[in-house]
Design a protein around this ligand. Sequence first.
Ligand SMILES: Cc1ncc(COP(=O)(O)O)c(C=O)c1O
Length: 421
Amino acid sequence: MEQFRYQENELICEGTKLQDIAEQFGTPLYVYSRQSIRDHTRWIEQVFRETNHLSCYAIKANGNREILRVLAQEGIGADAGSIGELHLALEAGFPPEKITFSGVGKRDDEIEFALRQNIHSLNVESEEEVNVISEIAERIWMKARILLRVNFDIETPTHKYTSTGHKHTKFGIEREKAVEVAKWASTVPGIELRGIHSHIGSQITDAETFLQAAREVVELVNELRANGLEISELNFGGGFGVQYHDYVSHPLLPNDGEQADSGVTTVKLLESVLPVLRESKCRILIQPGRSIIAHAGILLTKVLYTKQSGDKIFVIVDAGMNDLIRPSLYQSYHQIVPLQLSDSNHVLVDVVGPLCETGDFFAHDRMMPDVKRGDYLAILCTGAYGFVLSSNYNGRQRPAELMVDGSECLLIKNRETINQL
Ligand SMILES: Cc1ncc(COP(=O)(O)O)c(C=O)c1O
């Protein structure tokens, strides 16, 4: 069961009315459900219950310290994309042997820190990086456990900014060179080559694309073994898409109709791909971000003004693109709903923020319940790539973050003050 839902005409989180939270803590405000974080983690772990595996939450999706503590307590691992995220992971209590380090441009100091912490492995993206890691490892009398990130040239049906698996992106080592590079890397003195890494992109809702990637990775693992290499681990990355349309439903809400993400669940995507991955007889690692945290968070905002301009109606809210940039950056869809529903009157509106940019919007030409100044709205499924991508643009303080745990509300990040600008 999802933790954000309508109870009669009120949107609630784990049984707490979001209207009360908005009135008490102010807006814009990110609200997370602790139970939802746990549920999404456990649903994924359940798929892998009979598989030797390690799930490493991709911290980049949401690095709030309290959220990381909840995930560490669930017993999963973490994938860091910078030294900052490595620190966050360690402070939150993830054991080093459950931490991976990914990224196409790791600095020397970041590599050295990761090695000294003795983390599980580094996902490596070029021959030059192999050499740098080896030199650093030898200097500090260590051997670096690495997985080679391979670019399998797979077209992914997602936004081009979040597609990472085809040839003309900066990610990974070309498939054509992978066998030679792996053979060479296994002879480099400071290196222990453990396996292959692949991450083809984000918000992929199509099982067939994942299946194609899985078949490619397993084929490469087999080829490497045929060349005498010992390959024990396969890291399949993240990217498992989630449902953004029609996340909550109610007789008084308009329906989004059939969409690409309709009915998508991470469990279904993983269940379709796992039998192929298991053929490799490797330990399977994954790095899910969005699929754990997107549905566990929402952004609360207040209607400041409504106005008609030509044939358009604008709903101007107190959150802006600096608080949630996904619609502006990726033209992403987020369902937007009032916290209290009263009538079935629907109007076609643009929901926009207060910043001096035409790109500052949350929805264009969206059918929504009629709202007025002072009403509160929830922008749904914003737990992933929401707060972490926020900024101080236009001199705006970043929003507060709050976690609901049953009937308790815990402020897990204070709203920034003017002095912090
Ligand atoms: C290497 C790597 N792993 C995992 C992820 C997490 O992706 P997602 O949040 O789509 O699961 C990302 C995100 O871009 C990534 O770059």
